[in-house]
Design a protein around this ligand. Structure first.
Ligand code: CO
Ligand code: CO
Ligand code: CO
Length: 349
């Protein structure tokens, strides 16, 4: 499938700083049933239908980040479904969004992309009910996902409380590894590790998070760990300590970051959020790159009371989230401030 090598470096989003500006110019939607709307920068919109049921809706699509069309479909679907899981919802129906150059690429390739997405949606317990395809120079694929959620149990990014532990369910570094793979500089086993992570649904992690009683959560995608954490901390009006040595990182990612194989999105994330982050002096550039690296289909970042974090971690690991780790804690401080220290109980600055 070599003709399918039209991939971009990563699933780059429009930089958050531009998005904020544009969205601020729009009149907000005011409706008493709208529980979560545009303004909170949350993972999905939530609209209450009745006392027991709310709709949770989201959309995500992007150009290929890998050469294999089936894997691309699988990764993109996994990534789109994730926003529903991040809020504690259950995905129900999906619409496929497809852009494809029918004159340039064989329809078999399109079939493989769709199959990859179809299988992942099935695994998530949802169904594809339709979609829309347009002719485009560069292929793009993704889903609009509708899920359901109990309106009283929506987990947003705004509920972090001082004293909470922060748990991350997947390792970081997919953007960097995909960039290395694009330059044919990634070891096959490192690339396989990133693929495995990007095609793992956050479904089980979401169920475990709900049982554990999370105060807040988000999934880590284009804005990187620090971008998404900044949004959470700001929305929750708290500050955060992160412990670099506790943060799970995909094998190979630090090595490739050291070679400068860092996607452009990481630099955009740094420009946007960097002023709110205080790095301990011994945190090196490659480590910072990992923290700003835009993730595709990344893990859940969960805030919950400290005393329940160990049980959450244990259950995550038992269920296959082998890299899950407690990576920091929430404290009362300047809203959105993030301090990155070497390790837990390290009070130097
Ligand atoms: Co999200
Ligand atoms: Co999204
Ligand atoms: Co149509």
């Amino acid at each position: 499938m070599t003709e399918f090598s039209l991939h971009c470096g990563c699933a780059a989003k429009v930089g958050a700083q531009y998005l904020c500006e544009i969205l601020n110019q729009l009149p907000g939607s005011v409706n008493q049933n709208l529980i979560v709307g545009l303004e909170s920068f949350d993972d999905a919109g939530v609209y209450k239908l009745d006392e027991n049921t709310a709709l949770v809706q989201t959309v995500d699509f992007f150009p290929p980040i890998v050469d294999d069309p089936y894997l691309f479909g699988s990764i993109s679907a996994c990534n789109a479904l994730s926003d529903v899981f991040a809020m504690g919802g259950k995905p129900v129906t999906c619409l496929a969004i497809v852009c494809f150059p029918t004159k340039k690429l064989s329809l078999e390739i399109l079939g493989e992309i769709l199959k990859g997405g179809f299988d992942k949606v099935k695994e998530a317990g949802a169904i594809i009910v339709g979609g829309h395809t347009i002719e485009d120079e560069q292929p793009k694929y993704g889903l609009a996902v509708t899920g359901i959620i109990n309106p009283g149990k929506v987990i947003t990014n705004a509920g972090m409380k001082s004293g909470d532990s922060l748990v991350l369910t997947k390792p970081l570094g997919t953007g960097i590894i995909v960039t290395a793979a694009k330059g044919e500089l990634a070891k096959p086993e490192d690339f396989a590790g990133a693929i495995n992570s990007m095609t793992t649904l956050n479904k089980v992690a979401s169920q475990i998070m709900q049982e554990a009683g999370a105060n807040a959560a988000t999934d880590i995608t284009g804005f990187g760990l620090l971008g998404h954490l900044f949004q959470m901390a700001k929305a929750s009006r708290v500050a955060v300590n992160l412990w670099m040595d506790h943060i799970p990182i995909l094998k190979g990612a630090l090595e490739y970051a050291n070679l400068g194989l860092v996607p452009e999105g990481a630099y955009n994330n740094r420009i946007w959020v960097g002023n709110n982050v205080l790095f301990d002096t011994e945190i090196v550039t490659a480590e910072k790159d990992i923290l700003f690296d835009p993730q595709t289909s990344g893990g859940l970042l969960i805030a919950l009371p400290k005393e329940r974090a160990d049980v959450l971690l244990l259950k995550l690991k038992e269920s296959g989230c082998k890299s899950a780790a407690c990576i920091g804690e929430v404290f009362d401080g300047e809203a959105g401030l993030i301090k990155v220290k070497r390790r837990k109980n390290d009070d130097r600055n």
